[in-house]
Design a protein around this ligand. Structure first.
Ligand code: NAP
Length: 251
């Protein structure tokens, strides 16, 4: 896709599921990859997969919910690469699938810290580099839970609504500096995160099967959208979060 060759792309949560596939597809489009994950082995396995396919990738262990860790990660990237063109804020956890009066404060905090604060922190510490360049793209992986209430955890729904709002604000604040911010809202995609859901009787099975696509999503479905949104072909797309859900939330 136009404008991806030679770009440096950081993908958080790059050691598993959607993040891994994003790394592989962005590399296929010519990007140099930085796979960031708190699971070092996972990030290293992604980097290996990228280089086995002929691409270039660096694996970095970092916790997106920890400012010191995020700052150290950005420093490590800049020590190797002169620029950061694309940031995919993908790391996320779901937490306890409970209602407000049942969920523990610790579980609430964990989801907020990873899903929402992690997106804030990675953006915060990558943005100075993008501002210096006068160019950059931030892609935030929200969820259809960023648009509606469901069986998903209350903290997850709240955090992902926050990610949708943060994406708008990033676009509003940095669009005139040459930086684009967009979001993606996947429906249920088959990854390690959803391995207990994607079966008959799973919490979203009926919703998924009754939707127009009638199937669960695959990581490649999301990764191709990531590539498009990161490319120059999406130059007029700003601030919105785009569902990719087989049509599950159209009614
Ligand atoms: P996944 O397979 O569990 O991968 C997420 C990766 O992020 C894991 O390697 C995880 O490490 C890592 N991670 C978690 N917390 C982190 C932290 N604090 N710092 C750094 N890395 C961290 O999940 P996925 O299905 O690919 O989901 C990726 C993103 O898509 C998430 O934001 C999720 O909310 C969103 N999403 C997924 C679906 C879906 O159906 N799969 C639908 C909508 C939205 P650990 O294994 O150590 O936790």
């Amino acid at each position: 896709m136009k404008g991806l060759a030679g770009k440096v792309a950081i993908v958080t949560g790059g050691g598993s599921g959607l993040g891994r596939e994003d790394c592989i597809e962005l590399a296929r489009e010519g990007c140099t990859i930085v796979a960031v994950d708190r699971d070092k082995m996972g990030a290293a396995a992604t980097a290996r997969q990228v280089s086995d396919n002929g691409g270039t990738a660096l694996a970095i262990k970092a916790d997106v919910s920890d400012a010191t860790s995020v700052q150290a990660m950005v420093k490590q990237v800049l020590a190797v690469h002169p620029r950061i063109d694309i940031l995919v804020n993908n790391a996320g956890v779901v937490g306890e699938m409970k209602r407000v009066h049942e969920v523990s404060e610790a579980a609430w905090d964990e989801v907020m810290n990873v899903d929402l604060k992690g997106t804030f922190l990675c953006s915060k510490y990558v943005l100075p580099t993008m501002l210096n360049q006068g160019r950059g793209v931030i892609i935030n992986i929200a969820s259809v839970s960023g648009f509606l209430a469901s069986n998903a955890a209350v903290a997850y729904t709240a955090a992902k609504h926050g990610v949708v709002g943060l994406t708008k604000q990033l676009a509003y604040d940095y669009g005139h500096d040459g930086i684009r911010a967009v979001g993606i809202a996947p429906g249920v995609i088959e990854t390690p995160l959803t391995k207990d859901w994607t079966c008959a009787g799973g919490p979203f099975h009926q919703l998924t099967m009754e939707a127009p696509a009638g199937r669960y999503g695959r990581p490649i479905d999301v990764a191709r959208l990531v590539c498009f949104l990161a490319s120059d072909e999406a130059d007029f797309m700003q601030g919105h979060t785009f569902p990719i859900d087989g049509g599950s939330i159209i009614r």
